[in-house]
Design a protein around this ligand. Structure first.
Ligand code: SF4
Ligand code: SF4
Length: 418
């Protein structure tokens, strides 16, 4: 397949009226309070770079990459500037001009080679457990103390589960499960919970074994060509007529499948029809369960221990998929949940792909505010629906914290156990 990034091209920058409405919702700008860190400046820098009135430089590269790709700016922009597409393109120009650090190269290589990623995950599991014995307690990966990073699955989730249907033949229809790397390599219990819940609701769950990383970490960092193979592989597997839905337990994967695949293919001048067709069937698992709550409710045990729960809404759920109230609504309906909203429940966690690693101080400032407000709710459980957010939130809690982070599916599944 021949895929070339478009020539320098950013006509949408002319839509920006420089009004500044995007500044006050940008987590990076709000921490740094520097114009160059905000979306308005990034749009203008892109404009001048693509018009060749601003030469490339490491400084420009750093400014462009100091962004969580959270989409808050796009949601707030009255002029309809599509920052994510624009920044994705600008990052790809910067990668061409300045290359990538070795650690990014390694990550992107594995995410675009699933077989090697599977192998690497085995070494990562052994390495993590072994190295922790020798590392000082203060050693951090980005803003996260290494000892607070989650363990890797003993075996990738998709190898633990058969590709065969997981429910009876007289089911309500087939659900295709896009597991994402988070569940496949780190949070296997979330995948088991999803299968259990959907089976109890009467659906037949199918997990295409040859699915690969959704590709979002690749394309948001400007690696559009590498991401194209991931996208076309997944679209071929998941674009099926005979299914009820494609579900994801990861807001990031969901936004890739739901919205971004066709944008990236369009950027690369490739056909988008199949991706667009597939996207109409993509559902976040929280949204899907709420829509079909009547199938779940009879199976929820009202005797389940009650828990005070707060919620973190992933940016890729709200801005990437337009899901705003659904998960909170679901939490309020669960019989074993006392829901307590944090004042900033819908603010970005500061994780942002590799942002927590590349910009640890800013990331830490953002997540510390979230943690302070989550603690203030008095909740003992902080649920979310994105493995990346889980790692960042949980990784930045203190050993003394009584609140813990988990996926909403585990909370639901506990009410089905007895
Ligand atoms: S909100 Fe939109 S129009 Fe206003 S400064 Fe930001 S990008 Fe430009
Ligand atoms: S995507 Fe998020 S972090 Fe990046 S400029 Fe927009 S609001 Fe700021």
């Amino acid at each position: 397949m021949s895929v070339e990034p478009a020539v320098l091209n950013a006509p949408e920058v002319h839509h920006c009226s420089k009004c500044g409405a995007c500044l006050h919702v940008c987590p990076v700008y709000l921490q740094k309070m520097e114009e160059g860190a905000g979306p308005r400046a990034k749009v203008q820098l892109t404009r001048h770079y693509t018009e060749r009135s601003l030469p490339t430089s490491e400084y420009l590269n750093n400014l462009v990459n100091c962004c969580l790709m959270c989409g808050n700016c796009t949601a707030a922009c009255p002029s309809g500037v599509q920052h994510q597409s624009l920044f994705m393109r600008m990052r790809s120009y910067m990668t061409t001009d300045h290359g990538e650090g070795w650690h990014h190269k390694v990550i992107y290589h594995f995410l675009s080679h699933e077989q090697q990623l599977r192998l690497a995950s085995r070494f990562a599991r052994l390495g993590r457990n072994h190295m922790l014995k020798y590392l000082s307690r203060e050693f951090k990966i980005g803003n996260i103390p290494a000892r607070r990073l989650p363990e890797w699955n003993q075996q990738p989730f998709r190898e633990q589960t058969p590709e065969e249907p997981l429910a009876e033949a007289d089911s309500r229809g087939t659900i295709l499960y896009f597991t994402g790397c988070g569940t496949n390599y780190i949070y296997d219990q979330v995948g088991h919970a999803l299968c259990h819940i959907l089976k109890i609701m009467g659906f037949r769950v199918e997990i295409p074994e040859s699915q690969v990383c959704c590709g979002l970490p690749l394309f948001i960092h400007g690696n559009l060509k590498k991401a194209a193979n991931n996208i076309t592989t997944n679209v071929k597997l998941f674009n099926r007529e005979d299914i009820v839905a494609i579900v994801t337990d990861c807001a990031t994967c969901g936004s890739a499948l739901h919205r971004e695949y066709s944008n990236v293919l369009k950027e690369l001048g490739l056909a988008t029809e199949a991706a667009e067709k597939m996207s109409t069937r993509v559902r976040d698992i929280g949204e899907f369960i709420l829509t079909n709550y009547a199938l779940l409710e009879p199976h929820l045990n009202p005797e389940t221990n009650r828990q005070k729960v707060t919620y973190h809404m992933p940016c890729h759920l709200r801005n990437g998929q337009g899901i705003t109230t659904e998960v909170e609504e679901l939490l309020k309906r669960l019989p074993h949940v006392d829901y307590a909203r944090a004042v900033d429940y819908d603010h970005c966690c500061g994780g942002g792909g590799t942002f927590f690693y590349d910009h640890p101080e800013t990331s830490h400032q953002i997540v510390s505010e979230k943690i302070k407000n989550a603690r203030a709710t008095g909740a003992d459980l902080w649920v979310t629906g994105c493995p990346g957010c889980s790692i960042n939130l949980s990784g930045n809690l203190e050993e003394t914290d009584t609140i813990s982070v988990e996926h909403i599916l585990l909370l639901i599944d506990r009410a089905l156990q007895k």
